[in-house]
Design a protein around this ligand. Structure first.
Ligand SMILES: [Zn+2]
Length: 269
């Protein structure tokens, strides 16, 4: 059975991971631009990273039969210096021309600072100007609920953005209902220690229904698991879910959301 992992940071992963994902049924991934465990010292560092996300990594994924797309932005963790962040933002439009780029992401907030919020608003405006989908990173633990609300308020303040074209990721029990009520898509991230477990993710789906939700691993350079999506499928199967429902959540839903980008050519079969 095929699946999509719509949020994974493959530049931090090995070819063994690609192989295991392909064997587990992964056919397509999208990789958001994010913090690579160190602060880049210049705008050139970002340019090289964006080149990697648009030219090199798609070819690496292709060797395993996995269709690859990316999202471009300056992540919230490196966005606390507005002058520097604006330099990075100025090079984003040239990468939005790439045939592999499906939107702006993952933007959002990290520590919910004023500077982060200003840069978030500017990248929301960029998405509106270039008619791009948006992928949102929400803060961790105690900052999550407040940060998720601040982000949704910033997005709804921009009349050029249709909430149906925005996915708010790393949602949890206390944020999912508000995200869906306001018309956005919600992402559930499965991590070994923090964020959701497969069991909690399936509980959330049982509470809020299978619509406008996707599952991802957000696997990166830290403690994370590139096989998170198949593990959620295993949990659903254990609970007696039909193949159709499993397929909807882990394959059809991400295709429905991502197909709103004209760059996304993967077709559900
Ligand atoms: Zn991420």
């Amino acid at each position: 059975m095929k699946y999509i992992d719509p949020h994974i940071h493959m530049v931090s992963r090995t070819t063994d991971d690609y192989m295991r994902m392909a064997l587990a049924g992964c056919v397509c991934i999208t990789e958001p631009a994010f913090w690579n465990a160190f602060d880049r010292g210049s705008v050139h560092g970002f340019r090289d990273y964006f080149v990697q996300l648009t030219q090199y990594e798609p070819r690496r994924a292709g060797k395993y039969g996995i269709e690859y797309y990316s999202w471009i932005c300056i992540n919230p963790k490196e966005a606390d210096d507005p002058a520097f962040a604006r330099e990075v933002i100025s090079i984003i439009p040239e990468f939005l021309e790439s045939e592999r780029v499906v939107g702006i992401g993952e933007i959002g907030l990290n520590k919910n600072t004023k500077n982060e919020l200003v840069i978030l608003e500017e990248q929301i405006a960029l998405a509106s100007e270039y008619d791009q989908l948006i992928l949102v990173h929400t803060p961790h633990l105690e900052d999550k609920l407040k940060g998720t609300r601040l982000i949704m308020d910033a997005i709804s303040a921009n009349s050029g953005i249709d909430p149906d074209r925005v996915l708010i990721d790393h949602a949890e029990e206390h944020t999912v209902s508000e995200i869906l009520d306001r018309g956005y898509w919600a992402g559930l991230t499965i991590y070994p220690n923090t964020k959701c477990t497969p069991q909690r993710a399936v509980d959330i789906i049982e509470m809020y229904g299978p619509d406008r939700i996707w599952i991802n691993s957000a696997a990166d350079w830290g403690d994370s698991d590139p096989l998170s999506v198949p593990k959620v499928r295993f949990e659903m199967r254990q609970r007696g879910y039909t193949d159709e429902l499993i397929e909807k959540i882990t394959h059809r839903n991400p295709v429905e959301f991502l197909s709103q980008s004209e760059r996304f050519h993967y077709r559900y079969e």
